[in-house]
Design a protein around this ligand. Structure first.
Ligand code: GUN
Ligand code: ZN
Length: 437
């Protein structure tokens, strides 16, 4: 039996490159009446419907999407699933927020059943918002990571996650030891890394909560297994940076702490990087490390304004992160809305095609997954979303006056949220339908 071919007909857009490098025109492909052809969960072709329809075999099925825009699934390069239930916690900046809200919330993830129930809510929320891949913090408990990967595996999603390593400067109920964190991470790596669409990230929370011994063992894990990710926080808040200086006086910068323990590299993703000096930027670029830009979180915690043009000037890979629960939305559209404002406050513009890139192919590149996901190139996995131009009365009304796809995109990114995600697909299968019953 030959595998079935399925096609989706709609207006369709995807990124081909970073507009900063290619120029706007060459950075994307748009088909007003497009066709996306899928076989066994992978993309076979994308192009003009009129041209491609005639090439379809007789038994191929075609789904038509009206008043819609198809684009690749969104990629969230930094998020905490255990913080789903504490999103929108009032009043603090980073260090007090961690102590007063985050740590007490995370203690409950020792209970695997609790972790599993939150993982379900979390994955539903990602898919409701059109996010098909995420780089995810667990808690210090290995149970939290098992629960997350089990839920992601069941839905056949491409996800990256890891157990938090933290052995100091946190409540006793939430700390491990260098040895136990090394051992527990190893067991999880053996169990999950490379299974189906899952990858493991070695996850020291941030420099202040790890001893030198623990950071050394994190580096050792990375050297022992090829293809592992490294996921942590960096230079988010000024008090945090002062604290790192006091804890590691012999290191020349916050990034240098991680560098010393061999935690930089092409699969290393640092959340925030709001207050980086030139030397740190150069080192991130030289090691091909990536930054997760988390605008809703940076504004919510009053951390500061991320300098995207500076990162571009150093050619540092950048993806978008929601950073829920410090971030205030699971929606990458809303994250782009806030990213635009962060740029405005620094007298810079965020072009809608650059936004599309950051949300899709740029995120894939930051995660070194660009050969698998991020756009509609033939052979890639068919993770995509159907955006609804009529998601709200205001959006319909506003789009009546939109001149072109650039304006449409910008309106979707400014007004859009979960209501704009009509359907989400992973490996060609529908995994979320907004209007289901
Ligand atoms: N730095 C260390 N831990 C965290 C966390 O959970 N959230 C954020 N935003 N920053 C952190
Ligand atoms: Zn975070």
């Amino acid at each position: 039996m030959t595998p079935t071919i399925h096609a989706h007909r709609s207006a369709l857009i995807h990124s081909l490159g970073d507009p900063t490098e290619t120029g706007i025109e060459k950075s994307f492909e748009y088909f007003e009446d497009g066709l996306l052809i899928i076989e066994e969960g992978r993309i076979v072709a994308v192009g003009d419907a009129q041209t491609l329809l005639s090439s379809l075999p007789a038994d191929a099925s075609v789904t038509e999407h009206s008043n819609s825009l198809l684009c690749p699934g969104f990629i969230d390069t930094h998020i905490h699933y255990p913080q789903t239930g504490m999103i929108a916690s009032y009043g603090e900046q980073l260090l007090d927020w961690l102590e007063n809200y985050t740590f007490p919330t995370e203690q409950h993830f020792k209970d695997k059943e609790h972790a599993a129930s939150v993982a379900e809510v979390f994955l539903n929320e990602l898919l409701r918002n059109g996010t098909t891949t995420a780089l995810v913090f667990g808690t210090v408990h290995p149970e939290s990571v098992d629960a997350f990967f089990e839920a992601a595996e069941q839905r056949d999603l491409r996800m990256i996650a890891g157990k938090v390593m933290m052995d100091r400067n946190a409540p006793d109920y939430l700390t491990d030891t260098p040895q136990s964190s090394y051992h527990d991470s190893k067991v999880l790596i053996e169990r999950w890394h490379g299974k189906r669409r899952l990858h493991y990230a070695v996850t020291p929370r941030f420099a202040p909560t790890s001893s030198p011994e623990q950071l050394a063992l994190a580096g050792q894990l990375l050297s022992e297994y090829p293809g592992l990710y490294m996921h942590t926080h960096l230079s988010e808040n000024k008090d945090e940076i002062e604290w790192v200086k006091a804890l590691f006086p012999e290191r020349s910068s916050y990034l240098d702490v991680y560098d010393h323990y061999k935690l930089l590299g092409e699969r290393s993703i640092f959340a925030h990087g709001v207050h980086l000096c030139d030397t740190e930027c150069q080192r991130l670029a030289d090691t091909d490390s990536a930054i997760a830009f988390c605008p809703t979180s940076n504004l919510f915690l009053g951390s500061g304004l991320f300098n995207l043009p500076k990162m571009e000037s150093y050619k540092i890979k950048v993806g978008l992160g929601t950073d829920v629960g410090a971030g205030t939305s699971f929606s990458i559209l809303q994250t782009l809305n806030e990213a635009y404002k962060v740029m405005q406050l620094q007298q810079h513009k965020l072009n809608p095609f650059k936004s599309l890139y950051l949300a899709t192919l740029g995120g894939a590149r930051a995660l070194k997954l660009e050969t698998k996901i991020g756009n509609f190139e033939a052979g890639k996995e068919a993770d995509f979303v159907v955006l609804d131009y009529n998601a709200t009365p205001l959006m319909s009304y506003r789009l009546e006056h939109a001149k072109n796809i650039e304006e449409r995109l910008f309106v979707m990114m400014t007004l859009g949220d979960d209501r704009a995600i009509k359907e989400t697909f992973a490996m060609g299968r529908s995994v979320h339908q907004r209007d289901a019953n």
